[in-house]
Write a protein that binds this ligand. Structure first.
Ligand SMILES: [Zn+2]
Length: 140
């Protein structure tokens, strides 16, 4: 009997899909544990320890190598205080001016995310840097 090994856990299922797609494309079968629980009740994600991405024990080494090689797109929106982010025209992380303010209500800005297949977390508005990919919002 084959043993399943958890190679990574995620808070929300949408974070998994890109990585899972990559593993599957490399011929590794993946399994999600607790996916349904978390999808139905997001609040339970922490309670059940997140969604677990699992592979067969024999694939674990290869899967971990692939995970290491994948440059992940930062998904987190970092919350900054107003003090930390006084200048709203450049990225606080790499100081690039190539940033944009995103709003949930503006569907045009969401289209790139829909194409890549992310279910984007609901934030009223946040900033994104197109240079380093970081996202942040300002604490009120
Ligand atoms: Zn940046």
């Amino acid at each position: 009997m084959e043993q399943l090994i958890t190679i990574r856990t995620f808070t929300y299922p949408h974070e998994i899909y890109v990585i899972r797609g990559k593993l599957e494309s490399e011929g590794i079968r993946t399994f999600l544990k607790d996916e349904m629980t978390v999808q139905v009740h997001n609040f339970y994600s922490n309670a059940v320890g997140g969604v677990k991405l699992q592979v067969f024990a024999e694939d674990a080494d290869k899967a971990l190598d692939i995970l290491d090689s994948v440059k992940e797109i930062p998904q987190e929106v970092i919350v900054l205080s107003k003090k930390e982010f006084e200048n709203s025209t450049s990225c606080p992380f790499c100081h690039s001016g190539n940033i944009s303010r995103m709003r949930k209500s503006n569907w045009l800005t969401l289209i790139p995310y829909l194409i890549v297949g992310f279910i984007f977390p609901v934030y009223r508005s946040f900033y994104i840097c197109f240079e380093c990919g970081k996202r942040w919002k300002i604490k009120k």
